[in-house]
Design a protein around this ligand. Sequence first.
Ligand code: ATP
Ligand code: MG
Length: 388
Amino acid sequence: MKRVISVSIGEIALKGLNRGYFEDSLIKQIIKNLKDIGFDNIYKEQGKIYIEGDPENYPEMINRLKKIFGLVHISPCIRTSKEIEDIQKAAKTIMAEAIENKQVKTFKVETNRTDKSFPIKSPELSRRLGGTILKEFKVLKVDVHNPDTYLYVDIKDKVYVYTEKIKAYGGLPVGSNGKGLLLLSGGIDSPVAGFLMGKRGLAIDCVHYHSYPFTSERSEEKVKDLARILARYMGKIKFYSVNILPIQKEINQKCPEREMTIISRRFMMRIAEKIAEKNGYKALITGESLGQVASQTIEGITVTNSSVDIPVLRPLIGMDKVDIVDIAKDIETYETSILPFDDCCTVFLPKHPVTKPRVEDIERSEENLNVEELVEEAVANMKVYTIE
Ligand code: ATP
Ligand code: MG
């Protein structure tokens, strides 16, 4: 009998020919994330990945595994031989733990016999193990409709017995869908947007705009902290830091006050597009959500969008703030996002921003600016950091 962790890998199992590639990239990622904890072995067996190490470390290992995109469930298991006595013994051990830790009163055995050469058929094995458990634990009853716990038995080359299926995020392995550039502010929304696209297999790097010295160094540190939290899920993140103050000053002097926000937003997009062209990002990602603030009306988003050709992904576009906040809390960016630091957008905040801008008007205002040059200059002066 040996304790192992099993990991099930939902969606990628559907991807036919690519499946082997995805499995291997997940195994690589698992190895990377668990390297400093250390483990003895990792192998795949019929749709699942198994990890064996020191059971003392399993809680921390499971915590890390939960953050790897592409994994669906994680189960601490007992692995045994195919001898019926061994399987019964493992079942009793696992159920004793479930009774102690989860106050389980009812159960149902669910056997999955992948190895068809195993002589006992699934329903028969479930019945026999159910009998074993009932005899051993007088407090337990079988409930086939709504049990407190399932006792899962997977018959493969070896046999795996477990009761827990700890939910992970699912999605696709990071990087399996190319890479994108996230416009990361210090707010609640953009880290969530980055997380959601990372979950769909995009590797994510970040660009942040500040107005130093009008905004503080500490406020940029806060955004780096957010990137650091995202890096727990995505691995290493490149962080492009761009000073947008010279551009804001130009806009402030040469364009109508009420267009300040929308025009700076268009510069953010253009600068991000330039960085994307030079570094192979296939899309920009923002935390925009329809109607959330004055600049996120459909007209505002249209005008922002029309400044670039690159695809802009807005995974939060149809979400309510409360739901975004729930995700932010779950992925642990929320507490950092709500720290009160200044933001570049508040530097020249207009009193009455345009809420229904028109592309023609904004483009006319921008004729007063040397757009190309301002973008080039901002990119030339940007700093690049690596966040781990
Ligand atoms: P967030 O919570 O992400 O700051 P928000 O609700 O405050 O979003 P806006 O301020 O209108 O919305 O910003 C919309 C999007 O523009 C942000 O989600 C982000 O992707 C991008 N953005 C805004 N400010 C910055 C910045 N200083 N640096 C990088 N990206 C930014
Ligand atoms: Mg913001």
